[in-house]
Ligand binder design. Sequence first.
Ligand code: BGC
Length: 434
Amino acid sequence: MNKTVLYVAVAVIITALICSATVWYVMRPAPADVLEIYHWWTSGGEKDAIDALVDVFADDYPDTGVIQSPVAGGAGYVMKAVMKSLVLAGEAPDAFQMHAGYEGQPYFEGKYLEPISDLWQEEGWKPVIPDVVEDMVKFDGEYYAVPVNIHRVNVVWYNKHVLDDNGVDPATLTTWDAFFDACDTLVTAGIAHPIALGDIGKWTDTHVLEQIIAGEGIDFYEDWVNGQVTSATDPKLVSALNTFATYLGYVNVDHVTLTWDEAIARVITGDAAFSVMGDWANGEFYKAGKVYDTDYGTIPTPGTGVMYGLCIDCFQHPKGVKHPENSLRWLKVVGSKEGQDAFNPIKGSISARTDSDTTKYGPYQAAAIADFTAATYMYPSVAHGSGAPEAFTAELDDIMSAFVTDKDVSAAASALTAATNAASDDYIKVWDLD
Ligand code: BGC
């Protein structure tokens, strides 16, 4: 081998080594000190809210990288299944979004969660978190999760300009009859589909039915969540389904192609007048720069004026996570006043703490805080995992989605009561709502 060939060979080897070292350096595993969380907050308002909460964590723990693993799909209709398989495979992230109440039951029963009663004690959460909320993150007397918000589910969002222009006074819409009369007025005025619905993922159908059921009275709702509505000819069940069928006569025909936030966007633009949705919708109005009581407004869904339907997101401390200390640090931030007051003003919800700084919250939330404090009744959402066992809720969205297409009241009543009867052993909680 002559010298030139040798030099070239050495140069090639050195270059290859430098390249491999560079590739290794760029591709090397992330530093060990990370926190990985899963959530489904991917709409405009939702994303801003979780980023604000992560910022609080980053300020408190600047050396820890946060990996957010968002799984799109409102109400967690995609993420819940993803999470089940990860947890069962022993691959739980350090914490994940979960609804309070029944949704945690399978994880608790499977012994996939660590109790965090000591953390509740150390952080002094009990005195500042309302009993109704605190109760929903406990199993067998121990705490297993930390609430990050309180969402109200029984809300009609309306475009104020559309109602004003057509002489509809939202304060008068306290019954479904009055609400449908207002829809007729708007249809006559040329708004062919005054109610916006986006039911990709099906859960928004269930969400609407749930509020109609609440409007049948708290006793009926209590029976429903306690698994006591077992007859397909129950007059209130049949009445609720008939109301829902009438409601569907006013919704946009392309509802199966829209997500919940795309439906809210139609109210924001004035293409529709109303949409029934939880108050995460408020985050979308904020994001669009709309002003409460000028551009948009809210009323409780008809018949639920004195009620506050609850949807509560929380995080937990799964067993065997990769970064247990960071998991607990995250929970501390989630439950802290600072964390709650960074997240909720953007999200649209109210704080799960009674000592939050209310000056940080907008006018919708100021009204929601007052309504929460004054509510005669509170009820746990079934559409959002809290109120009824999974064996029932797993069927619910499919039943409601079929109903939206066929509007067959007796078929839906039979399917709903059959699902309740089949899940009868799983109704282990007795809700006392009145
Ligand atoms: C969650 C909210 C979320 C909404 C839409 C609900 O189930 O509790 O936090 O914004 O779904 O994704």
